[in-house]
Design a binder for this molecule. Structure first.
Ligand code: NAD
Length: 293
C-alpha cells in the first residue's frame, strides 16, 4: 500500500473536541445545551446502528440527544404530525428522520415538511437552493463531512479534476455541486457519473479526486484509478460474511487493497466517511443552535 489513510476517526475526534469546547462555553454562559432529535420508523438494523452512533456522539460532545422510535405501522399523516410538533418545539434545535422509511411513507413529503432551520441532515430543498447559490446554510451531512476531511488534510482541490460516481440527492448531487463551488474545498472541474455512464473508466482514470457513492460494494478497483488520485469511498454495504460473528461485514464501494496501491490518499471503510457524516451532523446541529440564539 502506498496511499496515506484519510482517517475519519482522527478528523472527527478533532472536530468533536472543537464542538465540545464551544458547547461548554455556551453552557458556562448560562445557555442550555443544543438538542438533537432522531426519528426512526420501523425496524431496520442499519438504521438502528446509525442512530445509536449519532446518539452516542452527540452526547459525547455535550448535546442533549433524544431518539423517538415509532412502529412500522405508523402512517404518513402521523409522521407529518410528529414533524410539525418537532418543528414548533423551541427546546429542539435540529432533528433528523432516519432513512429509509417504510414504503407507505413518502420520504420526499417528509423531507419537505422539516423546518429548514432544523434540517440538520441538510436535505430540505430550501437548504439545497442556498447551497447551490453559495450562501452559508446547513449542508447535507455526508458531503459536508467529506469537505471537512479534505480541509483537515489540506488536500489541494483548486483546478483538479473531480469525478463523483453517483447522483443521489443526499450524496452524489450535492457533492458534485460543492466540489465545483468557488471556495475551498472546491474549484474543481467536476464530472458526475451514474448508472447510465458509458465507459466509466475513461472518467475515473482522469480523476485527481474520485468520490465513489454507487452503493455497489468494491465496484471501483485500482486498475481504473489514476495513479496519485485522492479516493473518497462513501459506500457502506452489509455483505454476508460467515467468518464474522455478526454474520456480515461492512464493504465500501472501492476495493481497498488495489485502490490503496495506486492512490495518494484513501478513506477506509469503516473508519472514513461514515464518521465524517456524524461530524457533519454535529456541526450542523451546533450551527442550528447558534443561529437560533
Ligand atoms: P443511491 O442508491 O441513492 O445512489 C447510487 C448512485 O449510484 C445512483 O445515482 C446511480 O446512478 C449510481 N450508480 C449505480 N450503479 C452505477 C454504475 N455501475 N456506475 C456508475 N454509477 C452507478 O445511493 P446513495 O444514497 O447515494 O448511497 C451510496 C452509497 O453510500 C451506499 O452504499 C450508501 O449506504 C452509502 N452512504 C454512506 C453514507 C456515509 O455516511 N458513509 C451516507 C450516505 C450513503
Amino acid at each position: 500500500m502506498s496511499a496515506q489513510i484519510l482517517d475519519g476517526k482522527t478528523v472527527s475526534e478533532h472536530l468533536k473536541d472543537e464542538i465540545r469546547a464551544r458547547i461548554a462555553k455556551h453552557i458556562a454562559n448560562g445557555q442550555r445545551a443544543p438538542h438533537l432529535v432522531a426519528v426512526i420508523v420501523g425496524n431496520n438494523g442499519a438504521s438502528e446502528t446509525y442512530v445509536a452512533s449519532k446518539e452516542r456522539n452527540s452526547k459525547s460532545v455535550g448535546m442533549d440527544s433524544t431518539v423517538l422510535r415509532f412502529p412500522e405501522t405508523m402512517t404518513e399523516a402521523e409522521l407529518l404530525a410528529e414533524i410539525e410538533r418537532l418543528n414548533s418545539d423551541l427546546s429542539i434545535d435540529g432533528f433528523i428522520v432516519q432513512l429509509p422509511l417504510p414504503k407507505h411513507i413518502d420520504a420526499q413529503k417528509v423531507t419537505f415538511a422539516i423546518k429548514p432551520e432544523k434540517d440538520v441532515d441538510g436535505f430540505h430543498p430550501y437548504n439545497t437552493g442556498l447551497m447551490l447559490k453559495g450562501i452559508d446554510t446547513l449542508l447535507p451531512a455526508t458531503p459536508y463531512g467529506i469537505l471537512l476531511m479534505l480541509e483537515y488534510y489540506k488536500i489541494e482541490t483548486s483546478g483538479k479534476n473531480c469525478v463523483v460516481i453517483g447522483r443521489s440527492d443526499i450524496v452524489g448531487k450535492p457533492m458534485a455541486a460543492l466540489m465545483s463551488r468557488n471556495a475551498y474545498p472546491g474549484n474543481c472541474t467536476v464530472t458526475m457519473c451514474h448508472s447510465k455512464t458509458n465507459n466509466l473508466e475513461f472518467y475515473t482514470k482522469n480523476a485527481d479526486i474520485l468520490v465513489v457513492a454507487s452503493g455497489i460494494p468494491e465496484m471501483v478497483k485500482g486498475d481504473i484509478i489514476k495513479p496519485g488520485a485522492v479516493v473518497i469511498d462513501v459506500g457502506i454495504t452489509r455483505v454476508d460474511d460467515a467468518s464474522n460473528p455478526k454474520g456480515y461485514s461492512i464493504k465500501g464501494d472501492v476495493h481497498f487493497e488495489s485502490a490503496a496501491a495506486v492512490a495518494s490518499y484513501i478513506t477506509p471503510v469503516p473508519g472514513g466517511v461514515g464518521l465524517m457524516t456524524i461530524a457533519g451532523l454535529l456541526q450542523n446541529t451546533l450551527k442550528a443552535y447558534e443561529t437560533k440564539k
